[in-house]
Ligand binder design. Structure first.
Ligand code: UD1
Length: 356
């Protein structure tokens, strides 16, 4: 069985690391390389600290090719990826294409494959924010509806697919990001900070491209009783520089964190403030409350579990949610995202397909 994995943006490297490792384990157990994987990097993320550092730290097999698509408008970026991925697929003739999450690289990989009648397996299927202004929501919907195999992180994501009429090929396997935290957790950087702090990331287009929302978030952050360590995404850096934005005095800005640094900060922080999807879950895995500075979340289980508050971008609501989060971590937690063996379940399912 020949798998062609398409990655391109930071969160996909973390997810693909888990499945690549599980493929290695599957082949070692079988004593023969039954499952062969080739990785294609679209080049959507290209800075060292947004891409290569993840391959280095997590020992992800090097991509066979980097398509160097880079940044651009959504149509231009997705179109360039589509054309370049298609060429690779025609040449490599994979049995199946594996895509992750909800980025433009995900959708381009899925579309290129189905047009060539290559089945698509989507890891992190069934997530919905129901906000179609988000590019990620369009990418999720399109990818799920052209996929043959849908790997869901939770029961609720599988139920959502059923509501959209997708019931065949659906497998609830848990969240590969939970596997990653379990496997790489001991490699977390040791972060020593004298006083309590919150960990923060802001990068969503809907927040960075709307200064009313962005300034609302900054005002909310300024009211935090503890200092805030913010890992600065290049998109946010560009917006801050262009608009001459001044960070509140309690916000300490860092370069984007490597995965092991991120794990270290997650361990050491008191709570998390973010508009990222992945970090909302990672906060939960580390027993930390999360303030989500968006109007909705696709990770609704976290809100239902009392672990996450969707605070929007109004300063008063953010300040109120921060007060709640600063008031202690999470107690005992259920395994809403599986048992930490999602990678193994995914590879077993794919390998069984190869045999059928
Ligand atoms: C993308 C994903 C988002 C994901 C995020 C993780 C889409 C639509 N969005 O958003 O879902 O949460 O990745 O980080 O696919 N840039 C650099 N260096 C890089 C990468 C980006 O400087 O290595 C800058 C460029 O100026 C670029 C901007 O960041 O224009 C935005 O990058 P882009 O890949 O378009 O989207 P992200 O905001 O990273």
């Amino acid at each position: 069985m020949q798998i062609l994995t398409i990655v391109g943006a930071r969160p996909q490297f973390v997810k693909a690391a888990v499945v690549s490792r599980a493929i290695g384990a599957y082949n070692s157990k079988a004593g023969v390389d039954t499952v062969k994987e080739t990785i294609i990097h679209t080049g959507q993320h290209y800075d060292y600290n947004m891409s290569d550092v993840f391959f280095d730290e997590m020992e992800i097999p090097r991509p066979a090719v980097n398509l160097s698509v880079g940044s651009g408008n959504h149509g231009e970026m997705t179109g360039s990826m589509l054309a370049a991925i298609e060429r690779e697929m025609i040449e490599r003739k994979p049995d199946i294409t594996l895509v992750y999450g909800d980025t433009n690289s995900t959708m381009a990989g899925a579309l290129a494959a189905v047009k060539l009648h290559i089945p698509v397996a989507h890891v992190e299927a069934g997530l919905r924010s129901f906000n179609r202004a988000m590019p990620e929501e369009i990418n999720r919907v399109v990818t799920d509806h052209v996929s043959t195999i849908l790997f869901c992180p939770s029961d609720s994501s599988a139920s959502q697919l059923a509501r959209e009429g997708i019931t065949s090929g659906v497998h609830v396997v848990g969240d590969v990001m939970y596997d990653a935290v379990i496997h790489y957790g001991e490699k977390a950087a040791v972060i020593k900070v004298d006083s309590p702090f919150a960990l923060c990331t802001i990068h969503r287009a809907e927040n960075t491209d709307d200064m009313t929302r962005f300034n609302g978030i900054l005002e909310g952050l300024s009211r935090s009783p503890v200092q805030i360590f913010l890992a600065l995404h290049p998109r946010t850096r560009a917006v801050v520089e262009k608009n001459g934005v001044k960070w509140p005095s309690n916000v300490i800005v860092h370069e984007p964190f490597s995965y092991f640094n991120m794990l270290g900060y997650l361990k050491a922080c008191s709570f998390v403030i973010t508009d990222s999807g992945g970090l909302q879950k990672e906060a939960y895995f580390f027993g930390k409350k999360c303030v989500t500075v968006r109007d909705e979340t696709e990770w609704t289980e976290l809100v239902e579990a009392g672990a996450n508050r969707v605070a929007g971008t109004e300063p008063d609501r953010i300040a109120e949610a921060i007060e709640w989060a600063a008031n202690g971590g999470l107690g005992s937690r259920g395994q809403i995202y599986g048992k930490g063996n999602a990678g193994e379940l995914i590879v077993n399912t794919l390998a069984a397909l190869g045999e059928s």
